[in-house]
Design a protein around this ligand. Structure first.
Ligand SMILES: Cc1ncc(COP(=O)(O)O)c(C=O)c1O
Length: 434
């Protein structure tokens, strides 16, 4: 198999040294499995391309792709920062002992309570998405007596070549501050003059699953044009530019680009911007999510019923579904699967792998190729590590599967599987119904 950290040894399929059939037996299915080695390889590749030769540059893993305490611990050990987008992600990171000064907080509608939490813990940066947020941060900072670092998220007005649901940088977007009316200029001036915030610069995120660098470079041009205007308006030069995430990951046959393909020209553009103006090169910050976690994760399932609809298709139903991976139903995401039970047989049977939820759209892979699928077989769906567990729900009151971390042949729980008790734990019978 041409996937990292997969191998067949003595007729068994191994992932990061762990026997997958054995894991299915020991821990049950469905279960999410993450290879720590895949994640750390990705981090090291990005560091080599981005921050090792340029110590001012930083990587902030976008934890929305996959967050749990173990993941935050791994990020801490690897020396990267993290990006959070909710009080819940922030709280989990803090509970994992992640250093607050390495946390940055994004989001298009942060509540006052979330901002208070960020200020309380003294996190590294808040990315401002509206004027209202600047006022909320000032209020919290004044109350705590703590100056907060801030950046302004702009909508650069570029359209990345990817699925419409994951485009965020085009003009019509709920994210960021629109640029056409220059409303950002008085916002930045207000912040520069505020005694409760320290302005560091600008932020953009143009979308997800991107394989070309043209939209990134166009967004940088837009950001630098704003930087010039800001300087003209209030004499302030940006010190930092956050270029977001969105670097493509491999799900099926995508031709993935190395991180340096995106980052080298961006580093050069920042240097050119600075040298033309005789200012310090702004620090660049990336927010990779899926490119760190997608290929590191797989999901193991057991096939239950197999149903042939003659002349149309054969359904192989699994013990998971849209409650633990909503992406195929949400935006037609594509995956590949392999048979864990029969890793050496040719994958020559076409079946549609459907979930167990009460929706016809609950299809994990339409027309998958599997080796002789039979009830009771264990299969692995590949590259499920981003926006799978993190988007899971209890639809149909299904428990969210647990997360195993594997490394060099050793497996450990990172998140325990939910139980039926957990699902019903917060339910109450109102007095009026008793
Ligand atoms: C602000 C921001 N940064 C980073 C990311 C991570 O994107 P990806 O997982 O595609 O790298 C996202 C994803 O939605 C985002 O909204």
């Amino acid at each position: 198999m041409d996937r990292e950290y997969f191998e067949i040894r003595n007729g068994r399929l191994l992932f990061d040294g762990c026997d997958l059939l054995q894991l299915a037996k020991e821990y049950g299915t469905p279960v999410y499995i993450y290879s720590q080695n895949v994640i750390t390889d990705r981090i090291r590749e990005m560091k080599a391309a981005f921050s090792e030769g340029h110590p001012q540059n930083r990587i902030a893993y976008a934890s929305k792709a996959f967050a749990c305490k173990a993941m935050f611990k791994l990020m801490e050990k690897e020396g990267v920062c993290i990006d959070v987008v909710s009080g819940g992600e922030l709280y989990t990171a803090v509970k994992a002992g992640f250093p607050a000064e390495r946390i940055e907080f994004n989001g298009n509608n942060k509540s006052q309570a979330e901002i208070d939490l960020a200020v309380e813990h003294g996190i590294g940066r808040i990315i401002i998405d509206s004027l209202l947020e600047l006022e909320m941060i000032e209020k919290a900072a004044a109350k705590k007596g703590r100056v907060m670092n801030v950046l302004f998220r702009i909508t650069p007005g570029v359209k990345a070549d990817t699925h419409d649901y994951v485009v965020t940088g085009k003009k019509d977007s709920k994210f960021g501050i629109p640029l056409d009316d220059d409303r950002i200029l008085p916002y930045v001036k207000m912040a520069v003059e505020s005694k409760w915030v320290n302005v560091l610069g600008l932020h953009f995120h143009i979308g997800s699953q991107i394989f070309e660098n043209t939209a990134f470079l166009a967004a940088m041009d837009a950001a630098f044009a704003v930087a010039d205007k800001i300087h003209e308006y209030c004499g302030y030069w940006i010190e930092e530019l956050n270029i977001g995430g969105g670097f493509g990951a491999r799900y099926t046959g995508e031709q993935k680009k190395p991180f340096s393909f995106f980052l080298d020209p961006m580093i050069r553009k920042a240097e050119q911007f600075a040298s033309e103006r005789g200012i310090k090169v702004p620090a660049l910050v990336t927010e990779p999510g899926r490119s760190f976690s997608a290929e590191a994760g797989i999901t193991l399932y057991t096939i239950g019923s197999i149903k042939e609809v003659r002349g149309i298709r054969t359904y192989a139903a699994i013990d998971g579904g849209m409650f633990e991976n909503i992406r195929p139903a949400l935006y037609g995401a594509k995956y590949e699967a392999v048979s864990v039970s029969k890793p050496e047989l040719p994958a020559d049977k076409t079946v549609s792998i459907c979930g167990k939820c009460c929706e016809s759209g609950d299809m994990i892979i339409k027309d998958a190729l599997l080796a002789d699928p039979q009830p009771g077989d264990v299969i692995a769906v590949l590259s499920t590590g981003a926006y799978g567990y993190s988007m899971a729900s209890n639809y149909n009151r299904n428990p969210v599967p647990g997360v195993l971390f594997v490394k060099d042949g050793k497996a450990e729980w990172a998140v325990k599987p939910q139980t039926y008790e957990d699902i019903a734990a917060l339910d109450l019978i109102p007095e009026s119904l008793r």
